[in-house]
Design a protein. Structure first.
Length: 271
């Protein structure tokens, strides 16, 4: 028996998801909270390793408990021991064939851009501020060159340790919702800084510094050195992880800061 959890967190106070010896991480506080409920040490496996400052509305993890607790008890017990900026949203009992990372079919990220002239206060740390007017139509046009299976070397961090740069990007959508611009992207998996580097390139198109065709040229060139600066971590959220239907896990949610409604698929899941 394994327990799967859906976890929401504000990443501003943490050095990312994964354990680090020198700094506080989300994984550390989650495992410490669960250990108090289980009365034994707990190690969790996550669907994705978010960077420092990156948020999540639906990070999925699993662990193997040595004691029996109800799903409700795992949620309430963990939340009573977690800091205010991390919360367990749901718990489900799953079989031993479930693995939060390896069983995932796709992951979705949402990037929020506050496109306003004056500096916003309430969006601080939760959206990236861009004072220059952005042409969303040009950004959306440029983004479509990224859809499909490609070598994304032009959009990976130089420190990325993945053995292959090939990823399958299902969809990417750029839309304006009031003063927010949302970039939502779904792929089978992501390289280190891949979303932030793509958004950085789309911002160059949005402000008119590059034409929409430039993003496709970057992709084909496979050279990170020719790309735009990496967009800040502030506006990035892990919002959904898709698993085979047999696991019957809840699906993603959006940050409260984002005013746009999710696009449901026929089964009512976030897409």
């Amino acid at each position: 028996m394994r327990i799967a959890l859906g976890i929401e967190y504000d990443g501003r106070g943490y050095a990312g998801w994964q354990h680090q010896g020198h700094a506080l991480t989300v994984q550390q506080v989650v495992e410490e909270a669960l250990a108090k409920v289980a009365a034994h040490p707990v190690r969790v496996t996550a669907a994705g390793r978010t960077d420092a400052g990156v948020h999540a509305t639906d990070q999925v993890v699993h662990f193997v408990p040595m004691v029996g607790r109800s799903e409700r008890a795992w949620v309430l017990g963990a939340n009573s021991n977690l800091p205010r900026d991390v919360a367990v949203r749901w718990a489900r009992t799953v079989g031993d064939d479930f693995d939060a990372r390896r069983s995932a079919l796709a992951r979705s990220y949402l990037y929020l851009i506050a496109n306003v002239g004056p500096r916003p206060a309430l969006a601080l740390g939760r959206a990236t501020w861009e004072r220059r007017p952005l042409v969303v139509e040009a950004m959306q046009e440029a983004a479509q060159a990224l859809v499909g299976e490609h070598d994304f070397s032009a959009f990976r961090a130089t420190s990325c340790q993945s053995r292959s740069a090939t990823r399958r990007l299902r969809r990417i959508a750029v839309r304006r919702v009031g003063e927010l611009i949302e970039v939502e992207v779904t792929a089978n998996a992501f390289l280190h800084h891949m979303v932030r580097n793509m958004v950085g390139a789309l911002l160059e198109v949005g402000v008119g510094a590059q034409c929409p065709a430039w993003v496709g040229e970057l992709l084909a060139g496979r050279d990170r050195a020719r790309g735009a600066p990496t967009a800040p971590a502030d506006g990035l959220y892990l919002v959904d992880v898709e698993y085979p239907a047999r696991f019957a896990l809840p699906r993603g949610s959006r940050p409260l800061l984002g005013a746009g409604a999710p696009s449901p698929d026929p089964a009512g899941r976030l897409t």
